[in-house]
Design a binder for this molecule. Structure first.
Ligand code: IVH
Length: 685
């Protein structure tokens, strides 16, 4: 095939795929079988791989992903992503209407006041840039001023056009919308995870965590590093706003219709109204109906329709004066508290869990609810047999929010918080300024010992997949595991004597343990499960000290002086290493061959706080990712494009011409690598 022929075929295939994709995702029509569709896509991908110069960023092959992004670039939004002011009651909606009218009357612009009511989608906000009809950039909300660039991931979303064909498409504009995982898709994925977990349990491998809710699932997916994985998550996007210079519309309604005509998916359930009473009636009409939609919604947004009126009303620091979000009350139900269990976690904290008479709530049956701690039980004045209100607000586990005391039976029992650990009978303690009761028997309380070992094996810790919770409990029951160092003394011959353990699974366990010895030092520090030391804190400590030995020798004051480390962490870390038993544990781990040192990194500080950098070119002392890390470790921000808001362009060898030129035009300070190092040292001194 000649290059010309390949180009033509690629074009034809792309057109066909785009057409069928649109029919399917926007019009719900399957004109060809999945097989035929996948075949076309395969052919296209093959051809593009053969002729890489012909691969375009708007090719439908982008839908299947493939690129890996290690760190997402931080990008400043062209138009800040504001939030909406919220209300839970109708009175405030009326007041909002009055404010809008007053605002417009003051500038003599009250005529033709109309509102558009739209559902408020519960997903992940996204801003997508189209240049000359092509999707070129997608950025998450972040802090509203700047967010993460997730373009490759967003290109996999099937109902978003990668290229716009219409003649009236403006040369440059941004759309705002909500990325979501359809409820059905969410449930399907959780079923798959459950199936996978059955196999994992059989093999004794750690179980995967279920997705908590569709919104978390969507926000997790959009931040995945591997876009091919994102493509498999079935995300979708509804768009609801368009931003740009000199757009050819006078109203939001026109904008929505144009977006739809350009083949974006706009949720069809919006309504134009003249009066706030109509908006309120529309809101009420959706309170129950919304549960039949394919995605979660948590309210209704009421927006002024005419763009000129929006302009007159303007913005406050955080939100526009021309829109408001009405939030539906969380779904609740009344049921009976049957009993309370007390669970002991890895850290020894005792958490009360309510067992409820099963009740339906927002589509699922609820049997248990968290009670958080003893104070909460007292605050609620909770008794066994009480009729309790439970509420679900986003989280997967509902909470008890109140009691209907009028339904309290005559003979109710108070809930006695145990004074002894329900697992090991040790007297519980409560620390000053803490609400939780703890079991102090760290080294012999079964759920604490097993919990610590399970934590040690987690992916972000030592990543020992072949050791699941059940296996750890089984080994503990045999008396083989008292702490994490015992893992490395496990005897494969003995394991083989247990039922359910075959050659292969034992081999996996031993290999997993062997491999874990190469996990970086910072993972080991996190894996130890020291109180208050999560992954981020462990990373900071590992970068600062560089080795276990240095941490062991550090004073409490030195630890507390590290940027990003508080007193509580310092005390906990210091105490951990003062304890003789822990010292023995560490030396056994060292003997087993685990990584006791890593690389000491540039000290962290906040000396670059509030400063933003664009990094371009190559450097001698650092590679590009490293220098970005240095900026971030010292409190600065890294953004991808030069704008007037950027403080510095850090220009290495072969820095981009256009970036240099733009920096000069906008009077952004240009730093060389030497300047940068001098800046760090100067400000440090
Ligand atoms: S309009 C200036 N319309 O709600 C505000 N937002 O609290 C422009 N949201 O971050 C947003 N559905 O993620 C708008 N129909 C809708 C929406 C919507 C959900 C989210 C959006 C935004 C948040 C604001």
């Amino acid at each position: 095939m000649t290059l010309q022929e390949a180009e033509k075929t690629i074009q034809e295939l792309s057109q066909k795929i785009n057409y069928y994709n649109e029919r399917y995702y926007l019009h719900h029509e399957s004109l060809i079988s999945d097989y035929e569709f996948d075949k076309m896509l395969q052919d296209l991908i093959l051809l593009e791989n053969q002729y890489p110069t012909l691969k375009k960023t708007d090719s439908p092959s982008q839908r299947v992903g493939g690129g890996i992004t290690k760190n997402f670039d931080t990008v400043v939004h062209r138009y800040p992503m504001l939030s909406l002011s919220n209300t839970y009651n109708e009175e405030e909606l009326t007041q909002f209407g009055e404010r809008v009218e007053k605002g417009l009357r003051d500038v003599n612009d009250l005529e033709n006041l109309e509102y558009i009511c739209e559902l408020k989608f519960d997903g992940v906000a996204i801003s997508i840039l189209y240049e000359n009809g092509i999707l070129t950039r997608a950025v998450t909300r972040g802090d509203g001023v700047q967010g993460d660039e997730v373009t490759a991931n967003v290109r996999t979303i099937r109902n978003l056009p990668l290229r716009l064909e219409a003649a009236d498409v403006p040369p440059i504009f941004e759309v705002r919308g909500e990325i979501f995982m359809p409820k059905e898709q969410f449930e399907q994925l959780n079923l798959e995870i459950e199936e996978e977990n059955k196999i994992r349990t059989q093999k004794g491998i750690a179980a995967l965590r279920l997705l908590a809710n569709p919104r978390n699932a969507a926000s997790g997916a959009i931040k995945m590093q591997d876009s091919a994985q994102v493509a498999k998550r079935g995300l979708r996007c509804y768009v609801y706003e368009i931003y740009g210079e000199k757009l050819p519309f006078v109203s939001h309604e026109q904008g929505l219709k144009a977006l739809e005509s350009w083949k974006f998916e706009v949720s069809p359930h919006w309504k134009k109204v003249q009066k706030m009473e109509e908006a309120i009636a529309f809101i009420q009409s959706w309170e129950q109906k919304r549960f039949s939609l394919p995605l979660d919604t948590d309210g209704m947004v009421v927006k002024v329709n005419l763009l000129a009126q929006r302009e007159s009303l303007g913005l406050t620091a955080k939100s526009p004066r021309w829109a408001i979000a009405y939030k539906y009350k969380p779904q609740n139900a009344l049921t009976i508290l049957q009993s309370v269990d007390f669970q002991v976690g890895r850290t020894g904290a005792v958490t009360p869990v309510a067992n409820l008479k099963p009740v339906k709530l927002a589509g699922t049956t609820v049997k248990r609810a968290t009670l958080h701690n003893a104070d909460e039980i007292q605050r609620l004045d909770l008794h066994i047999g009480d009729s309790v209100w439970i509420e679900k607000s986003g989280e997967i586990i509902p909470k008890i929010t109140g009691i209907d005391k009028s339904r309290r039976p005559l003979a109710v029992q108070p809930i006695a918080f145990p004074t002894l650990c329900p697992e090991c009978n040790t007297t519980l303690v409560k620390e000053i300024d803490q609400v939780a009761f703890y079991c102090p028997n760290e080294t012999a309380c079964p759920p604490q010992v097993c919990g610590k070992i399970v934590h040690f094996t987690h992916r972000k810790a030592m990543n020992i997949e072949s050791l699941g919770e059940k296996t750890i409990q089984a080994f503990y029951a045999q008396g083989w595991l008292q702490n994490v160092a015992d893992l490395y003394d496990l005897d494969p011959e003995k394991i083989l004597t247990l039922p359910n353990f075959k050659e292969k699974s034992v081999q996996n366990i031993i290999e997993g343990l062997e491999k874990s010895k190469q996990q970086p030092f910072k993972n080991l520090l996190f894996a130890l499960g020291i109180r208050y030391i999560g992954k981020t804190t462990a990373d900071i400590l590992a970068d600062y000290f560089g080795s276990m030995q240095k941490i062991e020798q550090a004073s409490k004051e030195e630890i507390a002086s590290i940027y990003g480390i508080g007193e509580k962490v310092a005390e906990s870390l210091y105490d951990f290493f003062q304890n003789a038993e822990n010292q023995r544990l560490i030396s056994r781990l060292a003997q087993a061959g685990l990584q006791m040192a890593g690389q000491q990194k540039v000290l962290s500080s906040d000396i670059l706080a509030g400063k933003s950098f664009v990094v371009s070119g190559t450097f001698t002392q650092y590679d590009r990712e490293e220098i970005k890390e240095v900026i971030k470790n010292n409190g600065g921000k890294v953004v991808s494009g030069v704008s007037a808001k950027v403080d510095f362009l850090l220009a290495g060898d072969k820095a981009g011409d256009s970036k240099l030129k733009k920096a000069q035009e906008l009077k952004v300070t240009i730093l060389s690598e030497t300047d940068f190092i001098a800046l760090l040292n100067a400000t440090e001194a």
